[in-house]
Design a protein around this ligand. Structure first.
Ligand SMILES: [Zn+2]
Length: 166
């Protein structure tokens, strides 16, 4: 069964939950139903896909760690230079380390071995290898998870509640 997107009272995405848990929140009056996908649990009870809490939950900001796995995931496991998708990916410093480029979300991208070697210690401009998109810090780990769920035709009704999904 598909997941349900839970929004905070402020309409910001809060987490994902099971449809059972979502139904409990609805029945207890703790949440309202915003979106359905046309399926029904009972004749007059549509299966929720997005619900919104009636009360505000304070969420502590959690820094998302700069790790190889997270960078590859942010870049959808694609080389940011040639678009190769697969598991033979390396991390490339956009401004090379030898030229003062540091380890940061804005300076590290997924690159295939070929592109990484080809680029060498040059900037993308010098190497004439433009990036697919400018690297940036991800919004949150929840955002990562949401991006995974909103692919193809799936969960299209979530889009309007989630910013920055390509
Ligand atoms: Zn490449």
């Amino acid at each position: 069964m598909s997941k349900v997107l839970v929004l905070n009272a402020s309409y910001e995405p809060l987490n994902l939950t099971s449809w059972r848990r979502a139904v409990v929140l609805l029945l207890k009056g703790k949440a309202e139903q915003l979106e359905y996908n046309g399926k029904f649990i009972y004749t007059d009870f549509p299966l929720p896909t997005v619900i919104r809490l009636r009360y505000y939950v304070r969420v502590p900001y959690k820094e998302i760690p700069l790790t190889r796995r997270n960078i590859l995931e942010r870049d959808s496991n694609r080389c940011q230079y040639c678009g190769y998708k697969g598991d033979q990916l390396t991390l490339d410093h956009v401004i090379p380390r030898s030229r003062g480029g540091g380890d940061s979300w804005e300076n590290m991208v997924a690159a295939c071995v070929r592109c990484n070697v080809k680029k060498g210690s040059r900037t993308p401009k010098e190497a004439e290898m433009p990036l697919a998109r400018p690297p940036r810090r991800p919004y949150s780990s929840l955002h990562f998870e949401l991006a995974r769920h909103i692919q193809g035709e799936r969960n299209q009704e979530w889009r309007k509640y989630v910013i920055g999904i390509p």
